[in-house]
Design a protein around this ligand. Structure first.
Ligand code: NAD
Ligand code: TDX
Length: 332
């Protein structure tokens, strides 16, 4: 039984991965998570203690990380500050966690010769024009726009340098926008669903023409597990499921599925420097590793996600008021 260290495992995608890896492998999983505002131990409820253990701590704590990595066979690094709007408001925690945190893990995996997988985002490539027929590939140049995406880009470059300079056995994946259960209510889809559940109107930045390439969190998890097991060391893999939709379409879908008029939303001021469009070409992952998404139907996945938020108000309600107070301060 392999020992897997998962950082950020109490967050949205990390917790989905822990559930997925528990179900699909016999690995013993240790979660390291700081439980920032974005972390929630309830997201790991129901997992057996003889397979999954939890350590409350910071990925930038070198002493703690050294101890945990020493006992691991592999590390999957999800922990990060992840919200673009927060990074525009206060970039400092993004530099500390995303850059120093990654550096700290890399030093430990280098010392102990532990296999490392780095979770990153398509936002490192910047954005595409709405009418550009192209999509991001592993060869796209780095061109991040926000404090968030620039720190993620920096963390990817640290991994590449540690592979080349020190021979660290690593892989990197850059995924598109995830949706599914356990996503914080600050993010686009859960914010709009929980607004409607509370009788408030969804909030669309600007005209809502910006395009995101949606993938179900479980499909992200299956790809990560496949790369961890069969990916070529030193390689980067893009993860995406051909889920391009503009924001207005997504808001209208949410309203329609929830039985509201499709136009019952508000336009609010746009995000500064708002990336126009993300789109992933996942050919390498599909051809090399044979990966296929299991949730290719966005509307079906969205309906199931809406049901999850309807059924789990006790999970999201504690964060809702503070999140909306933050947006009210920004006028969004
Ligand atoms: P999230 O904000 O929901 O969760 C982040 C988790 O990291 C939380 O549990 C938080 O407590 C923990 N954390 C933060 N700082 C920490 C620190 N210093 N030490 C230990 N733990 C810390 O994020 P998410 O949306 O699940 O994203 C997870 C990863 O996936 C990130 O690396 C992100 O860049 C990447 N990613 C996200 C998306 C997306 O659509 N959400 C897409 C592609 C890639
Ligand atoms: O209330 C809103 N209204 C709105 O129109 C919010 C919160 C967002 N938006 C727009 C902004 C984006 O165009 O919706 C889109 C999605 O916004 P977010 O959920 O904040 O995601 P995004 O900025 O695209 O970044 C996400 O995907 C890539 C994750 O938060 C990142 O962590 C990941 O790297």
């Amino acid at each position: 039984m392999a020992q897997l260290l998962v950082t950020g495992g109490a967050g949205f995608i990390g917790s989905n991965f822990v559930h997925y890896a528990h179900q699909h492998t016999d690995h013993y999983i240790t979660v390291l998570d700081k439980l920032t505002y974005a972390g929630n131990r309830e997201s790991l409820a129901g997992l057996p203690e003889d397979r999954v253990s939890f350590v409350h701590g910071d990925v930038a704590d070198a002493e703690l990380v050294d101890k945990l990595v020493a006992g691991a066979d592999s590390v999957v690094h999800y922990a990060a500050e992840t919200h673009n709007d927060n990074s525009l408001d206060d970039p400092e925690p993004f530099l500390r966690t995303n850059l120093i945190g990654t550096f700290t893990l890399l030093e430990a995996v280098r010392k102990y010769g532990v296999r490392y997988h780095h979770i990153s985002t398509d936002e490192v490539y910047g954005d595409l024009e709405l009418d550009d027929p192209g999509r991001f590939t592993e060869a796209s140049p780095y061109n991040p726009s926000s404090p968030y995406s620039s720190t993620k880009a920096g963390s990817d470059l640290l991994v590449r340098a540690w592979m080349r300079s020190y021979g660290v056995a690593a892989t990197i994946s850059n995924c598109s926008n995830n949706y599914g259960p356990y996503q914080h209510v600050e993010k686009f889809i859960p914010r709009q669903i929980t607004n409607v559940l509370r009788g408030a109107r969804p909030k669309l930045y600007g005209e809502g023409l910006n395009v995101r390439d949606w993938i179900h969190a479980d499909d992200h998890s299956s790809a990560v597990l496949m790369i961890l097991e069969n990916g070529r060391i030193g390689e980067t893999y893009l993860i995406g499921a051909n889920g391009e939709k503009d924001n207005r379409t997504v808001v209208e879908l949410i309203l329609t599925i929830m039985g509201q008029p499709a136009d019952a939303y508000d336009h609010v001021p746009d995000r500064t420097g708002h990336d126009l469009r993300y789109a992933i070409d996942a050919t390498k992952l599909r051809d090399e590793l044979g990966w296929r998404p299991r949730y290719p139907d966005f509307e079906q996945g969205l309906a199931a996600t809406i049901e999850w938020y309807r059924d789990n108000e006790s999970w999201w309600a504690p964060a809702k008021d503070a999140t909306e107070a933050f947006y009210a301060r920004l006028g969004q």
